[in-house]
Design a protein around this ligand. Structure first.
Ligand SMILES: Nc1ncnc2c1ncn2[C@@H]1O[C@H](COP(=O)(O)OP(=O)(O)OP(=O)(O)O)[C@@H](O)[C@H]1O
Length: 275
């Protein structure tokens, strides 16, 4: 009889992970554990290593040294079917949505379940009724059921990202990775997308790791913030109860210059004055 998985074990665990690309150290001795159902935001400026870290979690990158364990498997050892099985349990959404623009919204969502479908597909005809009902159900969850038969490229950026979330849900993932999911969106759509990720994660018990560069969004939606700077973890803190001074301290750690920190501080003051 196989042993049941330990529900209290971390879903994601990195131990002393370093990743080098030639002379560049993209990740520098990163150690991190993420618990089941937790929503962790990786915060850092461009080039701080956020994407590289996320890409290690579904084996799109292999570490130079250190171990990455996801859902009980050491990722670097996986090949073939076990690797595909891990990837099917890890949904990924991207800054640029990565939809097929000329396909309908429904077809885009259906492609999220391709790993579990056999045989050739020809447009909508290759999918079963059950697949289509499943996809329509996910579209309903993200509030886009009425757009199912529209071409994906006729939707706004925020709507396209919601389609990408529905597509990821087709995999019935345990983990959702989101790489700067709102970087191309206006503030209102950004809030909507972050709220949706948060609500779906809570309802489905998903573990989420999401990279962002905006501290305010991280504080609004994360359970925990992990700050990266030059590939190293410079901060790892729960969000609940953070004070304004602590928020500024977070900015201080992820910012790379005093000028940048001052610009952020001015923005905060202006936002407060406008309230
Ligand atoms: N395939 C690669 N080859 C060479 N260098 C890379 C590669 N991928 C990332 N890097 C470098 O590693 C560092 C971390 O990059 P990464 O994309 O992880 O940062 P990031 O925080 O996600 O930035 P951004 O928000 O701009 O995507 C950068 O210096 C980047 O140039």
């Amino acid at each position: 009889m196989s042993t049941p998985p330990d529900q209290t074990a971390p879903v994601i665990s990195l131990r002393d992970v370093t990743k080098r690309f030639g002379e560049t150290t993209a990740l520098d001795e990163v150690s991190l554990e993420v618990a089941r159902g937790e929503m962790v935001v990786l915060l850092g400026l461009s080039g701080s290593g956020k994407s590289t870290l996320l890409r290690h979690l579904n084996a799109l990158e292999q570490s130079t040294s250190g171990d990455v364990t996801v859902l009980g498997d050491e990722v670097s050892r996986l090949r073939g079917r076990p690797l595909r099985r891990l990837r099917s349990r890890v949904g990924f959404i991207f800054q640029q949505f990565e939809l097929v623009p000329s396909l309908t919204v429904l077809e885009n969502v259906l492609t999220g379940g391709l790993a579990s479908i056999r045989g050739p597909r020809l447009g909508l005809f290759g999918y079963t009724k059950a697949n289509k009902l499943d996809a329509l159900g996910h579209l309903d969850r993200v509030g886009l059921l009425d757009r199912a038969y529209q071409r994906a490229d006729t939707l706004s950026g925020g709507q396209q990202q919601r389609v990408a979330i529905a597509r990821a849900l087709m995999q019935r993932p345990d983990i959702l990775l989101a790489d700067e999911p709102v970087a191309s969106l206006d503030p209102e759509s950004s809030e909507q997308v972050m709220r949706l990720i948060r609500e779906i994660a809570a309802a489905d018990g998903l573990t989420v790791v999401c990279s962002l560069h905006q501290v305010d969004l991280a504080i609004s939606w994360a359970d925990r913030i992990v700050g990266l700077r030059h590939g190293a973890v410079v901060l790892d803190t729960p969000v609940e109860g953070l004070t304004k001074a602590e928020v500024m301290e977070i900015y201080g750690r992820v910012a790379t210059s005093t000028a940048e920190l001052e610009a952020v501080q001015n923005e905060l003051l202006q936002a407060e004055a406008a309230r």
